[in-house]
Design a binder for this molecule. Structure first.
Ligand SMILES: [Zn+2]
Length: 203
């Protein structure tokens, strides 16, 4: 598969291309001109970039992506152990990115729950932060349904671009050849190599 840096460049390049297209769509003439065309465009492109760079499908293997989470890298360890590389669970177009968001929300909620529980054991009473998070998030998303929708569209796009790039250098080489691009490196054994390494590391 293309490495993390190449995927980043692809994410930024497609984000730069999607921006003007989205702005053109939001400001007419295809749709009714939207008063917040620029804001919606920024939300969509921002979600696309965040999805490709921080929530990349390659979080399913021990790659450069989880390093970007700094000291919070371990958040993605259970995900990495549970999800096979380049599987439907991590590389499908809509389900996989939405599952990563759901997973992230679940981990944050569990951390808050653990923190509240621990403090309660020590006799310190604090609000139920995990429940507050749920209600605040629901209110925020409910009050901004349009932004929420386009953030999710951008988020899914960021992931889809990655999956398409992976496919182009493996099964879709013929398509690249049509455009005069030849891939000389053989990426087909990449997945097995990673899995072998992971098996050794986590054995
Ligand atoms: Zn990938």
């Amino acid at each position: 598969m293309p490495d993390a840096r190449t995927h980043d460049l692809i994410t930024l390049a497609t984000g730069a291309a999607i921006g003007p297209l989205a702005y053109g769509y939001f400001s007419g003439p295809l749709a009714r001109p939207h008063p917040d065309a620029m804001a919606l465009t920024l939300w969509l492109v921002g979600a696309h970039v965040v999805s490709g760079v921080l929530f990349s499908p390659d979080l399913d293997l021990d790659s450069a992506i989880d390093d970007r989470w700094g000291i919070l890298y371990w958040i993605w360890r259970p995900y990495m152990w549970m999800v096979p590389h380049r599987h439907f669970w991590s590389h499908s177009f809509i389900f996989a990115p939405l599952m990563r968001l759901g997973y992230f929300y679940l981990v944050v909620s569990l951390l808050l729950f653990g923190w509240v529980w621990l403090l309660a054991r020590l006799g310190v009473v604090v609000p139920d932060y995990h429940i507050q998070l749920f209600h605040n998030l629901r209110a925020l998303l409910g009050a901004n349904t349009e932004i929420t929708f386009f953030v999710l569209v951008g988020f899914c796009l960021g992931s889809a671009v990655h999956t398409i790039a992976d496919w182009l250098v493996t099964s879709g080489r013929g398509v690249l050849r049509l455009f005069g691009v030849r891939i000389v490196r053989d990426y087909r054994s990449h997945d097995d190599a990673i899995h072998r390494r992971r098996r050794r590391r986590y054995a």
